[in-house]
Ligand binder design. Structure first.
Ligand code: SAH
Length: 276
């Protein structure tokens, strides 16, 4: 991974401005992978995506409350679920204003706006003082960022002893040259940084001044996601194109790109803490 190859905030903002609509339509309002118990598990996308959110909620240990920052909050659905299941106060940030507007409306609609709010911010330059949060989430968003810079910034706003819960793509093993090329193209289309192996993650966490608590490879549970996305977009391609216009062609193409099925493309749940 090099700093040069990380997407910029302006690029991901522009990407999501259009992607928000398509993702909401084809995948639902959780902009992250589903977690399926097994190949036979026929849970809906909504159940599977909420199940992944619940894994993060469990690992946040917020039964007694606390202040949480959700970096890269999407439409705010995971943060609102966290606030429904714990007494925590949550601030969500994203670099896409449309998401922030929708997330705040959803907080009001759920009557949670006294404990949950969403602010426009760039993850690399957070408008918060040092040490103000007990827990930080970066839920399927770190791949869009310069990972070392984003983690250093997350550490800064975390109180000593506080924990960070992350999910991100993971490379599971060596790829053929052809698969590596396909995956690289796909990551470019999705404005995502190059993949890391588990070792790379362990080093990244350490070098960011954090202590690893748990590294969980959940690829086996999330890989169904790509199959479902590809199936849905293939089936609905013409209808989606008619509804949203030509501007969505690159997004639809990237969503149904078979590169997402490369078996070495995995997914990890990572918990770390800021030393106390
Ligand atoms: N965590 C949410 C959304 C995941 S999608 C969910 O699970 O539903 C990735 C999110 O990261 C989007 O909200 C995107 O706007 C945000 N993002 C990407 N780059 C960012 C940046 N530089 N600063 C802040 N947010 C960013």
């Amino acid at each position: 991974m090099t700093t040069d190859s990380a997407p910029t905030s302006a690029e991901t903002d522009e990407f999501y401005e259009v992607t928000n609509l398509v993702l909401l339509d084809v995948w639902g309002d959780n902009f992250h992978q589903g977690y399926w118990e097994s190949e036979e598990d026929d849970s809906s996308i909504q159940v599977a995506t909420e199940r992944l959110t619940d894994l993060l909620i469990e690992r946040s240990e917020l039964g007694g409350g606390g202040r949480v920052l959700d970096i890269g909050c999407g439409l705010g659905v995971p943060a609102l679920r966290l606030a429904e299941k714990t007494p925590a106060e949550v601030v969500g940030v994203s670099n896409n204003q449309s998401q922030i507007d929708e997330a705040n409306q959803r907080a009001v609609a759920k009557g949670l706006h006294d404990r949950v709010r969403f602010d426009y911010a760039d993850a690399l330059d957070l408008p918060f003082p040092d040490g103000g949060f007990d827990v930080v989430w970066i839920f399927e968003a770190l791949m869009h960022m310069d990972r070392p810079r984003a983690l250093r910034e997350a550490r800064r706003v975390l109180r000593p002893g506080g924990r960070i819960v992350i999910t991100d793509q993971l490379q599971l093993g060596p790829m053929t040259d052809e698969n590596a090329r396909l995956v690289r193209e796909q990551l470019d289309l999705m404005h995502a940084s190059p993949l890391l192996f588990e070792d790379g993650y362990r080093a990244l966490v350490r070098e960011s001044g954090l202590e690893l608590v748990e590294f969980l490879d959940i690829s086996r549970h999330t890989q169904i996601t790509s199959r479902r996305v590809i199936e849905t977009v293939d089936r609905r391609y013409d209808e989606l194109l008619a509804r949203y216009g030509e501007v969505v062609i690159p997004i639809l193409q990237s969503f149904r790109n078979p590169a997402a099925l490369v078996p070495e493309l995995g997914y990890a749940l990572i918990v770390a803490r800021r030393p106390g």
